[in-house]
Design a protein around this ligand. Sequence first.
Ligand SMILES: CC(C)(COP(=O)(O)OP(=O)(O)OC[C@H]1O[C@@H](n2cnc3c(N)ncnc32)[C@H](O)[C@@H]1OP(=O)(O)O)[C@@H](O)C(=O)NCCC(=O)NCCS
Length: 143
Amino acid sequence: MIFREIFFGPEQYRRALALREEILRAPLGLPLGEDDLQGESDQLHFGLFDNGELVACVIAIPLTAEHARIRQTAVAEAYRGQGLGRSIMTQLETTLAARGFASLSLHARSTAVGFYEKLGYQTVGSEFIEVSIPHRKMVKRLT
Ligand SMILES: CC(C)(COP(=O)(O)OP(=O)(O)OC[C@H]1O[C@@H](n2cnc3c(N)ncnc32)[C@H](O)[C@@H]1OP(=O)(O)O)[C@@H](O)C(=O)NCCC(=O)NCCS
C-alpha cells in the first residue's frame, strides 16, 4: 500500500473525486457540488494506492502556515477495517508536520468520531448538521 500526494487536475484527481462521490455523497443522495469542489486546486490531496488502484483518500486545507483543516476522509468499502483509515491519517499527519503544520481540525461525521478519537483527536463544541447529517468538530495538535 503506497501513500502519495495526488496532484490536482490529472487522472488521479478524477479517480479521487469518483471515490469521494461513491463513499461520501452517494449514500446521502447528495452529489459533490460546486461548494465541495470550490478551491480544491489550492488544497492538498493524498491517497493510498493498492497496486496502482486508489483505495483511500483525504484532503488537507492549509488555513494558516501552521493550521490545516482535514476533509473528505474516505476508505473504499472493501478495504475498511484493515487499518487503512489509520494509515492514511497518520501518514497525512507526518507529511503535514514535516511541512510545518502544528495543529489540525476537522468536521467528523458523528458516526466517525470514535475513529478519530483513536487517532488522538478531541471533540470541541456540540453536534451540528452538515451535508444533512450530524457532525462534531475535532482537533489535534501535531507538536
Ligand atoms: C471512517 C473510515 C475512514 C475508517 O476507515 P477504516 O480503514 O475502516 O479504519 P481503520 O481500520 O484504520 O480503523 C482504525 C481504528 O478505528 C476504529 N474505527 C474505525 N471506524 C470506526 C468508527 N466509525 N467508529 C469507531 N471506531 C472506528 C477501528 O476499530 C480501529 O480501531 P483499533 O485500532 O482499536 O483496532 C471508513 O470507515 C470510511 O471511509 N467510512 C465512510 C466515510 C466516512 O465516514 N468518512 C469520515 C468522514 S468524517
